[in-house]
Design a protein around this ligand. Sequence first.
Ligand code: SAM
Length: 217
Amino acid sequence: MDKHKKQRMRMVETQLKTRDITDARVLKAMETIPRHLFVDEGLIEQAYNDNPLPIDANQTISQPYIVALMTQALELKPTERVLEIGTGSGYQTAILASLAFRVFSVERVAALAAKARKILDQLNYYNVAIRVGDGSYGWKEEAPFDAIITTAAVPEIPAYLVEQLAVGGRLIVPVGKRNVQDLYKITRLSKNPQDIKKEELGGCRFVSLIGESGWKE
Ligand code: SAM
């Protein structure tokens, strides 16, 4: 077994199973997807550590546990279509792509989107579409989505995104201030986009969403 596979198995055992990650499909995806390929060469040895890491453009690849927690909360089925706001390194995108039918991902920084596209192509994730732009507006032409995940923080639950959820669809989003937020799970209950169930999943710390639903810069 190669070194990185061993590191991934250890990550799953010590960082995920010991916390509240129980979904077998999520655990399998985390054990399979080569996270070290999504970080810069100089950080490969830290790729499976229990913390976020810097990527280009002053952004971050989230801590493995947070990726697993958000993914588990999405409750993805293999037939479902999911929207991601904040492609970043493309690691979370790969996890989603291995669990859902199609992934639509929006990234504000063109260079990050291009780098993520390249590695996702190398790993044969053909069910991923990436677009450069302000994810505040979602991806209207492809809506509704069974699930939406926002990997950048917003001050309030973004109405555009709730509108693009299918009935029964789930939105996972960090909501709060620029330096600290709470992770929310929003479930759309009916055709009326105001008719939602709101659950709090705990405290978190994400980079800010820059755009209409977030901050200016
Ligand atoms: N999930 C990513 C990963 O696995 O590497 C980490 C994403 S990082 C925490 C948040 C990302 O959101 C950054 O890449 C940032 O450029 C992006 N972002 C910020 N504002 C955005 C916006 N308005 N629309 C789309 N992406 C945005």
